[in-house]
Ligand binder design. Structure first.
Ligand SMILES: NC(=O)c1ccc[n+]([C@@H]2O[C@H](COP(=O)([O-])OP(=O)(O)OC[C@H]3O[C@@H](n4cnc5c(N)ncnc54)[C@H](O)[C@@H]3O)[C@@H](O)[C@H]2O)c1
Length: 322
């Protein structure tokens, strides 16, 4: 039976998705939100406008007695992670440690305090799988550890295994979501996210830089849809389950750049550089990434609400004003 999420913890609440989740929860009747964030990639300006937030400004790993901080909360959304291709490649060890150690620590605390948890995994866990559409049962095809970009996917898979093992042992109530390229107005370009980088370049009439041939395709999902799914899942309680969250509409990175240029009336030119030039030899990238979303749509009855063009228009408008 559905009820309200009254008191909620969000790790990584000062980040892009976390700050959108805070708005969504307040709009839907949540009374109290505690965020845990070290502001490594998150920012004060994402959360300044919320005046009744409780904030623990720390790495999760460094919090003594984390259990007691969770006392009385109904649910935990665990979003804190080292994230973003550029950030990962620049901070491989730090990101790995956060994604494994911080997650392990929050699992222990949630388990002891009996707080259910939603963890944010990633489409990266499918690696370079050749399945035309990736469903939750698709096999992962990760590259070797010498290609360091796979460290992110591996750490998130370990999180998934830890969550399901604890669930299996009756210790934890986890819900796992695998997110596929989420975009929205307040996403930062600083850590290598493709859409804000292209939009900012286009608005300043700078060259738009594509890594690789530009033929690789991605599918982009609106952050408002994502946080809507998060809340629904927390209320529906499908513990021990994995869900893709994404939008099946595919676009090549070259067509994305052209769309951004058109929608922003920009005179930017498209330039191509190899992945190796940008990230060195330790990099490889999947050619396609298309989510199968039947599972989450049939559970929640909700479909992604926005087409790519609308998302790009909304992001351009926001960036023009900020
Ligand atoms: N944005 C996407 O397209 C996408 C895709 C797949 C998965 N995800 C996952 O969704 C989650 C949120 O991503 P986002 O895009 O909002 O990224 P983000 O970088 O904006 O948010 C992450 C937040 O976690 C905080 N943080 C990092 N390490 C921490 C630590 N050790 N202790 C406390 N706080 C810490 C950061 O300061 C930041 O506020 C991440 O787990 C990410 O892996 C995002």
């Amino acid at each position: 039976m559905k009820n309200r999420l009254q008191k909620v913890v969000i790790t990584g609440g000062a980040g892009f998705i976390g700050s959108n989740l805070i708005s969504h929860l307040y709009e839907n009747g949540t009374d109290e939100i505690l965020i845990i964030d070290d502001f490594s990639t998150g920012s004060r300006k994402n959360i300044d406008h919320f005046n009744n937030l409780k904030i623990i400004d720390s790495r999760i790993e460094d919090i003594a007695d984390l259990e007691s901080k969770l006392e009385g909360y109904d649910f935990c959304f665990h979003l804190a992670a080292g994230v973003g291709v550029k950030y990962i490649m620049d901070n491989v060890s730090k990101a790995l440690n956060t994604n494994i150690q911080a997650t392990h620590k929050i699992f222990n605390a949630c388990s002891q305090m009996n707080v259910p948890i939603l963890i944010t995994s990633t489409s990266e866990v499918y690696g370079v799988s050749n399945d035309p559409v990736w469903t939750e049962e698709s096999k992962s095809l990760l590259g070797p550890p010498t290609k360091l970009r796979w460290s992110y996917a591996t750490s998130k898979l370990i999180d998934e295994f830890m969550a399901l093992a604890e669930f299996n042992d009756g210790n934890l109530n986890p819900i796992i979501v695998r997110l596929f390229n989420i975009i929205g107005s307040n996403q930062s370009s600083e850590f290598g996210m493709v859409v804000p980088k292209f939009v900012e370049a286009a608005l300043e009439n700078r060259d738009i830089i594509i890594h690789g041939s530009g033929d690789q395709t991605r599918s982009f999902t609106w952050v408002g849809d994502v946080v809507n799914y998060f809340r629904e899942l927390a209320l529906l309680k499908p513990y021990g389950e994995i869900f893709n969250i994404g939008q099946p509409e595919e676009v090549s990175i070259k067509n994305l750049a052209e769309l951004v240029i058109k929608k922003s009336n920009s005179s930017s030119k498209i330039k191509f550089i190899s992945h190796e030039e940008e990230y060195g030899k330790a990099f490889e990238d999947p050619m396609r990434r298309t989510p199968g979303i039947d599972k989450i749509v049939s559970l929640t009855g909700i479909r992604p609400s926005k087409k790519l063009e609308e998302m790009i228009e909304e992001i351009i408008e926001f960036k023009k004003q900020h």
